[in-house]
Design a protein around this ligand. Sequence first.
Ligand code: SF4
Length: 336
Amino acid sequence: MPIKVGIPSALLFYDYYPLWITFFEELGADVIVSKNTNKEIVDMGIKNTVDEACLPVKVFHGHVLDLKNKVDLIFIPRITSVSKYEYICPKFCGLPEMIKYSIKDLPEIIDTNIDFRKSKKNLNRTVMEIGGYITKDVKKIKNAFEIAMKEYSRYKDLIKKGFLPIDTLKKDIYSKGDFFRGKAKVLLLGHPYNIYDPHISMDLVQKLRKHNLTVVTCESFCEEAMNEKAATLDKKMFWSFGRKILGTVLSAIKNDEICGIIYLSSFGCGLDSVIGDIAERRIRRDSNKPFTLLTIDEHTGEAGVDTRIEAFVDMIKWRDEHENNLSPHRKFIHSN
Ligand code: SF4
């Protein structure tokens, strides 16, 4: 019987799922991905996490509980850094411990340390350590990782074509034709695990698409251009999330195709409170694009979010219809 490896579909799942699913499958494991986030998963997560945790971490606990009795191993790496000289949120470093202390009787956890802060020189060792949970055959692990990287490149190519990570999960992606809407683009900022999880985001991407808006995110922007812009900030961003979000903001504010910007933030997230504030100041100072900040937690009601989105879309439409009536001093030249 093949080993069953569980992958929680939360936190960095949307960024790396093709890589890890392919890797474990190529090693001969049965990969089981937790169910899509739903109310039951959120409730289980809340019940089994400390109150102070942010919503995405609580939701992650719910996904682990969903896998608990279905698998032999659960993949919860200890992620310190994914980019040179940068960190990701400290919650990721302590995640395996947090899970072990919060949830009893778990299967074995693959909690390999992922730390590329100094360089990616230890990538090989990291891959060998993760693969070592399934097999001791070094060649097999190497081959599996090569195939997984090819699959990951295919995924990255789809993102470069304008699909969002959430679209790539759909079968028959090219025949759907539902992803690219009107010429007007809305930039949706925030952590991937918030914006791409339909339950957490209350289906924000689809809601905007229903208004005939094309949704773009940090992932839609050229990484080099984004990095160049981020390098112009007064201080170097040592958080990878911050560099990406602020680099995207600086790339987007002069882009006429972007007609509005939404920041989806998690209540209680230290990074969001700093990055969201810098982003909002720069957007308001250097552009006149409509901007809205949506802060979510487990108590956020969908009706309130819908109202904010309706108001945001109305603002975009109003601007579109009245733009020619505005003087450079933002006062009406003539009225209809
Ligand atoms: S970055 Fe914010 S939302 Fe993400 S895990 Fe850390 S505290 Fe939670």
